[in-house]
Ligand binder design. Structure first.
Ligand code: TYM
Length: 409
């Protein structure tokens, strides 16, 4: 008989938070510093590991491909057990990828694109299956949204995700409010996870209180279940495979819990690659978030809206007057246009040149904003062309329960 063993010692609960520390959890990201979150400190607090030069070199060696710029530039800055995944690849064994989105707006924003762009690259270099979870149930619990509205947003956002360019033969996208009713194995894994975690523990990890609706209390088991391959019998049969989860670091609490539970349920511990946050237009103190229209560039914004938003709202690291700027130069580390270039301008030399010219005062804020607009606008335009081609039929193919191109015996 399965006995729930309390996991009283969940590792790295992030309980030792000091008053001045940055806030980073699935619902809030806030820092008091102009340069944003102190990611080095977060690695220590959360007990994860830094993506260092050695790991990047190993990535290149094992995949035989140059590292993605999001990895090289330290934007994916932290990991859990990434070396184990590289060991698995070296040994010719299999793993899969899992990521997700909590649909809370009609369209995703530029920040959401980061984990998905990187996941697409991981799927290409490792040639592995990918499952993508849309937590429409999560948003029904947390937002003032009906089940029907959450599901509609899930389908709209799923189209946004397809437009990133995932390979249909290697990708399964599902929304909880549909899939859990279709797949008893998924629900059984949820129940196994629910048996391992007490109310006290979820309170400790997620800060739930007595007046939170009961759906929230069990939700972490739903985000944990896709990290167990047996939740997808159509893809993996009943094979227990290791998983790698790319996401921004705000999602880590879910997977700290999952890693603890997985040991007890005799599943491999999920590995993670954590991204830092694409900052809000107003400054690096907070992340780009769907709940603030003026702080975010949405994937359905027009070229004109993007231009206006950056020109009007993007926080500048420049000096108050042209004369002072020429004399003292600008600060790219707090400048949002520069930060966006760091995330999206792939050309290393161009980026280094912009940085140097901005610091020296040769490049003015207006010119830096124009460089950001010229970089982001075509990315979004091309993305929108792909998005326009994602019909209901195309989406249905990605969301149909089916075997992918991989065989698991
Ligand atoms: P959600 O919808 O808040 O975010 C989707 C993904 O985007 C990341 N993200 C960002 N990355 C960079 N810069 C930002 N400004 C930014 N804002 C959000 C998130 O970390 C996430 O990777 N509960 C989850 C959905 C989910 C999930 C998962 C995410 C279910 N299973 C597995 C990652 C992995 C959510 O609401 O994500």
């Amino acid at each position: 008989m399965e006995e729930p063993v309390p996991i009283a010692e969940i590792a790295n609960l992030d309980l030792d938070v000091q008053e001045d520390d940055d806030i980073v959890d699935p619902w809030n990201v806030a820092s008091k510093s102009d340069t944003g979150i102190d990611y080095e400190k977060l690695i220590k607090r959360f007990g994860c590991s830094k993506v260092d030069d050695e790991l990047i070199a190993r990535f290149e060696k094992v995949t035989g491909k140059p590292a993605h710029h999001l990895l090289k530039r330290g934007i994916f800055f932290s990991h859990r057990d990434m070396h184990s995944i590289l060991n698995i690849v070296e040994a010719g064994k299999q793993f899969y990828l899992y990521t997700g989105r909590g649909p809370s707006s009609d369209s995703m924003h530029l920040g959401h694109l980061i984990p998905f762009l990187f996941t697409k690259w991981l799927q290409e270099v490792f040639d592995v299956p990918l499952v993508i979870q849309l937590t429409d149930d999560e948003k029904a619990f947390w937002k003032d949204m009906t089940v029907e509205t959450s599901m509609k947003m899930a389908f709209d956002n799923a189209k946004d995700i397809v437009a990133v360019g995932f390979d249909l033969e290697k990708t399964f996208i599902f929304n909880d409010l549909t899939y859990i009713g279709q797949c008893p194995e998924f629900y059984r894994n949820m129940v196994r996870i629910q048996k391992c975690v007490t109310f006290n523990q979820v309170k400790g990890i997620f800060g739930f209180g007595d007046s939170d609706v009961i759906g929230k209390i069990t939700f972490p088991s739903i985000q944990a279940a896709p990290a167990f391959s047996t939740s997808f019998p159509a893809i993996f049969n009943d094979k227990k495979l290791p998983v790698l989860i790319p996401c921004a670091i705000d999602q880590d609490p879910y997977f700290r819990m999952t890693r603890d539970v997985s040991a007890r349920l005799k599943f491999p511990k999920p590995a993670l690659l954590h991204s830092s946050f694409l900052p809000a237009l107003q400054g690096a103190q907070t992340k780009m978030s769907a709940s603030d229209v003026n702080a975010s560039i949405f994937l359905n914004d027009t070229a004109k809206q993007i231009k206006n938003k950056i020109n009007k709202h993007a926080f500048s690291g420049g000096q108050p007057t042209v004369e002072e700027h020429r004399l003292k130069g600008g600060n790219p580390d707090i400048d949002i246009s520069y930060q966006y270039l760091k995330f999206f301008l792939e050309d290393d030399e161009k980026l280094a040149d912009i940085r140097q010219r901005y610091i020296s005062g040769e490049m003015l804020t207006g010119e830096l904003k124009k460089a950001a607009i010229d970089c982001i606008s075509p990315i979004i335009t091309e993305y929108q062309e792909r998005r326009a081609k994602v019909t209901d039929d195309v989406l249905k193919q990605y969301m149909t329960i089916r075997k992918l191109k991989f065989d698991y015996k």
